[in-house]
Design a protein around this ligand. Structure first.
Ligand SMILES: [Zn+2]
Length: 221
């Protein structure tokens, strides 16, 4: 096995394995990566477009245990070095997002202050994509801790910032995790985006929307 003896040896951002060891053809092909092939293989790609109320929703991954742990490390344990890994797979296509105003569902100010960074914004930043934040929540809601009924209340909690100008450019609405989709649906009503992009959708959401999947290649991958 080839072992590089360099001072600038690179390590997987997830598991800390050396990235300079070549174990497979994939290792040779993806030398620019920030994560190892073993970690990359634990992501479960969906890479499908769903047509919902005449709008295309582009879903990159299925939310699985692996991603749940990663999001926990990144968002709750504030392991900010993980920021680039979520979009690593589609890094070569992300520049296509620059023709949009990319708008995100960001955390409440309280959450952001506590955490010290905005996870959604940092995920896109390494790829030169600026995520705008034209919406706000009138009170903090932690989606994962909410019941299905109270999640529906997001429509009354989510508002458009009055003094946040957007240009005439088409809007791409992005989010990290789509659980029930209720926040994203509420945001769609407020922003009327051209399309939606989610990093990971829950298996339950994917199942419910299976019939809305369309056979079309996304320009984002
Ligand atoms: Zn790894």
């Amino acid at each position: 096995m080839y072992r590089a003896l360099k001072v600038d040896e690179r390590f997987c951002l997830i598991c800390n394995e050396s990235l300079d060891e070549i174990r497979s053809l994939e290792d040779l092909l993806f030398q620019h990566r920030t994560i190892c092939t073993a970690c990359q293989n634990q992501f479960k790609p969906v890479q499908k477009i769903f047509r919902i109320h005449d709008r295309e929703w582009h879903v990159l991954y299925e939310y699985n245990d692996f991603l749940e742990r990663l999001f926990f490390r990144y968002k709750e344990q504030r392991d900010i070095v993980l920021a680039p890994i979520f979009l690593e797979r589609i890094r070569d296509h992300l520049k296509k997002m620059r023709s949009y105003q990319v708008c995100g569902l960001c955390s409440s100010d309280k959450h952001r202050l506590h955490r010290g960074f905005e996870p959604l914004i940092e995920m896109f930043k390494p790829y030169g994509i600026e995520v705008l934040s034209p919406l706000y929540k009138t009170r903090p809601v932690k989606q994962s801790a909410q019941s299905k009924a109270s999640r529906k209340q997001i429509h009354t909690i989510l508002k458009r910032k009055e003094l946040y100008p957007l240009s005439k450019k088409k809007i791409l609405l992005v989010d990290d995790v789509c659980t029930t989709g209720s926040s994203l649906e509420a945001a769609c009503q407020l922003l009327d985006p051209q399309c939606v992009f989610v990093v990971a959708a829950h298996p339950q959401w994917l199942q419910t929307h299976a019939s809305m999947g369309i056979e079309k290649k996304s320009s984002f991958w």
